[in-house]
Design a protein around this ligand. Structure first.
Ligand code: TXA
Ligand code: MG
Length: 330
């Protein structure tokens, strides 16, 4: 169904949805690929709600949606390859992964601590209307619960989330029906991470200078799509991580949670400590996690001791990330 033939049912609620986004709530909205579950990308706690709603047991980095290439360039650094692909395929079903611009204001939970950021300029009028009214970068994964297929109609979204989601912006069925093609341009050439309706051949036609490289890497990527959220290249602290610590040992940094966090520096040693959430709020803890790991890591301490985090709801995703950080390295 094309949006032009409808009586624009989204018009009545898009303003309210934009305000909800500004308040930190979640909004599901139509895009040309699949429906997205959006939050203000600058608000870590709002982004944490996405993971909570999806029931994701781990933090995948999310795609940030903006209105145009200027807005993209405020968030990431695009080189010639990135610019050429942007000019050819935006607005549309293409996501570019590029070096994040330092100080871009995007919550660290969006990138799950990576130095790169995935960005997309959608062409669907409902998505564009929402972006224009909210005047915010919108982080949005597909609007399905973890492990289920991506929704291409508003009723799929309602079936997934029921009344838990106040704002679902209906824009008819998604034209493409497939998630966007993801192309990593952070390494100076185009590398397809997820195939989509913009094909490797279409990309090769635009970035002629790196066709050989693209064909090689792209063809492999099409045969064997990578699951970027699971890549080992995910930010891992330099410091060793010790889990389920009730108190720090001498020389350790301390990552705490909740009101019962023992105070640091009692007795023999002073240590650096951060409480993920003094009140024991998992949403707040999720929003602070990657910042806290980086902050402790920047202090060049050898080890970070981490207090136990309840293994429920978002706590599972936090514990998954901490377990990866604590895993033996090679
Ligand atoms: O069509 C789409 O892309 C839809 C609509 C809503 O825009 N969104 C979507 O999001 O499919 P999601 O979260 O279901 O998939 C995002 C993918 C994940 O595989 C994630 O690992 C990857 O993008 N990704 C995000 N940031 C990345 C980064 N910095 N590096 C590599 N991969 C990244
Ligand atoms: Mg998805």
């Amino acid at each position: 169904m094309s949006v032009n033939t409808m009586t624009s049912p989204h018009r009545t609620s898009v303003g309210a949805a934009a305000e909800a986004l500004q308040r930190g709530a979640l909004v599901a909205f139509a895009t040309e690929t699949v429906y997205g579950l959006g939050a203000n990308a600058r608000d870590g706690q709002a982004v944490a709600r996405i993971f909570e709603a999806k029931g994701r047991p781990h933090f995948n980095p999310l795609i940030v949606h903006v209105l145009d290439v200027d807005a993209v360039e405020a968030l990431v650094v695009l080189d010639d390859v990135g610019r050429a692909l942007a000019a050819a395929f935006w607005p549309g079903p293409l996501t570019l992964v590029a070096q994040a611009r330092p100080g871009n204001g995007i919550a660290t939970l969006v990138t799950a601590g990576l130095d790169t950021l995935a960005v997309r300029v959608p062409r669907h009028p409902v998505a564009r209307d929402l972006l224009a009214k909210a005047n915010l970068p919108i982080a949005a994964p597909s609007a399905n619960r973890s492990g289920r297929v991506s929704p291409t109609r508003a009723l799929h979204v309602r079936a997934e989330f029921g009344d838990a989601l106040a704002h679902v912006l209906d824009g008819g069925s998604s034209d493409e029906g497939l998630e966007s093609t993801i192309v990593d341009v952070s390494g100076g050439h185009a590398r397809v991470l997820r195939p989509g309706s913009i094909t490797v051949e279409m990309i090769a036609e635009i970035v002629g200078g790196v066709v050989a490289d693209l064909h090689e890497v792209g063809a492999e990527a099409v045969l064997k799509p990578t699951a970027p959220g699971q890549l080992a290249s995910h930010y891992a602290p330099n410091a060793c991580v010790r889990l389920n610590a009730l108190a720090p040992r001498p020389g350790e940094g301390f990552l705490g949670f909740g009101p019962g966090m023992p105070s640091c520096g009692d007795g023999v040693v002073a240590c650096q400590a951060i409480n993920l959430s003094v009140t024991g709020d998992l949403q707040e803890a999720a929003a602070n996690l990657f910042d806290a790991l980086r902050t402790l890591d920047d202090m060049a301490i050898a080890a970070i001791a981490v207090m136990p985090i309840p293994d429920v709801g978002l706590g599972r995703a936090i514990n998954d990330r901490l377990a990866r950080a604590a895993a033996p390295r090679n």
